[in-house]
Structures are given as structure tokens and as C-alpha cells.
Write a protein that binds this ligand. Sequence first.
Ligand code: ADP
Length: 377
Amino acid sequence: MGARWGLAAPAEEATTPLDGFLAESDTIAAALVSCDGTVLEANRALDLLLGPTLCLHQVVVPAHGAVVTALLAEAGPSWHSVQAGLVRRDGELVDCRVWALLQAHGVLVLAEPLRTPGEKLNSLLLELNDDLLGARRELAAKNRRLRELDELKNMFLASATHDLKTPLTSILGYAEILGWEGLSPEAGRMALSIQTSAHRVLRMINDLLDAAQIMTGELKLERSRGDLTSVVRCAVEAVQPAARARQITFSVHGPESVAAHFDERRVLQILDNLLSNAVKYSHHGGQVDVTCEPRGPGASVAVRDTGIGIPVGEQEQLFSRYFRASTALEHGIGGTGLGLANARSFAEAHGGSLACVSEPGVGSTFTLALAQGPVDS
Ligand code: ADP
């Protein structure tokens, strides 16, 4: 039995029913009745609620008489209850839960008034209010935490742009100068290794900065009409040191020039990602084919490698932030999983697309399609 209305669960061992607190109670209506409902003894609360009562059935709403009769007939050594309407002394009906326990001298009956629909609604609203207050407090704490994390992210971005990028740029610059001087083959290899590693770290920092810019909706394109093939050639040139180090050969296919409308910096970033991935995820001595050609009213660049490939089921997820294919993990090749997600966002910002077709152990083809964009007058 619940503790609603301050009604404590009656102890099953109570043997002298209307003794003590029950006899005196103003709040718990209690009576000792015989099996046919005749009231043998009633307490104050029952008198207050139902008035002087000779037989329990006299105060039970007729439609509920049968359930109360059954309750009395089946009363046993543990509490049983039914819900029944009782007639208050002022003539009003009050919904009650009626409890029965078989005692030595009769059946001990308790009547607990249930709340009216209005009261129930009120208490529901109060409970809801409590829940809402709790949820609001929790939400406020989470908000505070998010603001702290946001500040941390801003601090990271500020230091990434300045404290990390600035020294990296000079490492890269000096490594390149070293590469031009007449170094011994050993020192030359070291200079190249510094250069490619510094490039990789710089790319990771740039990927993180770009991802932050995309997420905050701050990505803006500066598009103009230009020759896509020459941008492709530039990008291919830039990955040559890394490609040569792994004896990977590149071939560029397509017309001498392909006119398109694009943001050169962003398209270079897309190509840089696709081409450096083609090198990174290829075996020594692999082959990469880059085809730049007109496509419908726009243009496309396809980068095909003979590398480790990607399982079909994972190909669409490649463009989700931080996703790394199982083939990359199996081969122990490092990365952030941010480059392709950023590259697709850049392509889509152009009204274009970036897609992948791949087969594990055979190779992958990534295709960037750019929409036509406005034609020059
Ligand atoms: P990263 O290379 O830094 O992990 P990317 O976003 O550029 O991040 O690529 C996401 C994942 O896609 C890579 O981790 C790799 O599993 C897979 N991937 C990308 N390009 C290739 C490719 N040419 N061949 C095989 N797997 C690739």
C-alpha cells in the first residue's frame, strides 16, 4: 500500500484494529466490519468522511457495491484493495481506494480518498515542474560546460593558427632551402623527410581549421573563371616529393586546358587531399592517373590510384568527419579522417560533388565534379 496522503503502509501484524492511532485518526477512514459489510466499529475519520455508517454498502456507490462485497468476501491475512466510489456525508461522491484485511474480530477496512481529477492534474503539473526545474539546472550546467569547451576550442584555434603554423612554415621553408643546396644523399633524404613531415602536420592543422570554419558556417568561396587543368598540374607538382620517395608515378590526362568557375585555393586543397591520399594509401611503385576534363556544363577531376582500396560498405562514410576506413587502420597508415569531409564540403559549396568508387586491393577513384557557375559576359 502506498504512502499517499501521509497514509503509512499498515503493518500486517496489527491485531487490534481500531486501537491506538487508527481509532484516533482524523485522516485515515477505518472500520471493522463483518463479512456482509455491517460496521462493527468505525473511527473518527470515517465518521467525518462518511457520517454515521451502519453498513459499509450504505456508503458505497451502488455501481461499485459488487467489488466491495467481493473484497470483503475474499479478505485474507494480507491487504487487498479495490477502487470504489463512496458517498460523503455531504452527499458528494469521493473516489476511494478501499483496503481490506481479515482480522480476528472481522474485516478491517480502510478507505483512502483518491484525488479529484483537478488535484491529480495539479500534482502532475507540480511533479512536471520539478522535473523541468531539474532538467533546466542540468541543461544550464551542460551549457556552462559547452561554453568552456567552446572557449578551449577558440584558444586552440588561435594557437593553432599562430603558435603552430608560424614555426612550421619556417621549418618548411628552411627544409626546402636545404633540399636545394648540394647536400650528401643522406642529408638530402633527411631534408626531404623534414619537408614531408612538416607538410603533413601543416595539412592536419589546416584540416582542423577548415573543419571548424565549415562547422561554424564561416566558409566563404572566392570564385573566378580559370583553367582547372593548370591547377591540377600545380597540385600534382606539389605531391611529387612524397610520390618520388615512394616511387609512385603520376600521369595527367585530358585536354590542355579546361575552363571552370571555382575558388582556386579551395580546389587546390581538395586536390591536395585527393592526391596526397593517393600517395599515402598506395603501395611502393604504385600508379596514379589524374584526369581533368569538361563534364556537362561544368568540369571534373578524377584521381585513380592502384592502392589499398576501401570496402564498399565504408565508401559513403569516408566523407563523415573523423571516419577512417578499416583498410587504412589494418595497414597502420595514420591520419585524422578530416580531409575528405572538408573536401566534400568545399565541393558542395561550389554546387559540385565529390564521390568515391573503390575496391580493396585494387585501388580507388575519387571524382570531383564542379558545376558550371556563372558564364563571363
Ligand atoms: P585521413 O587520410 O587523414 O585519414 P581523409 O578524410 O583524407 O583522412 O580520408 C578518410 C579515410 O578515407 C582515410 O582514413 C582512409 O581510410 C580513406 N581513404 C582516403 N583516400 C583513400 C585512398 N586513395 N585509398 C584508400 N583509402 C583512402
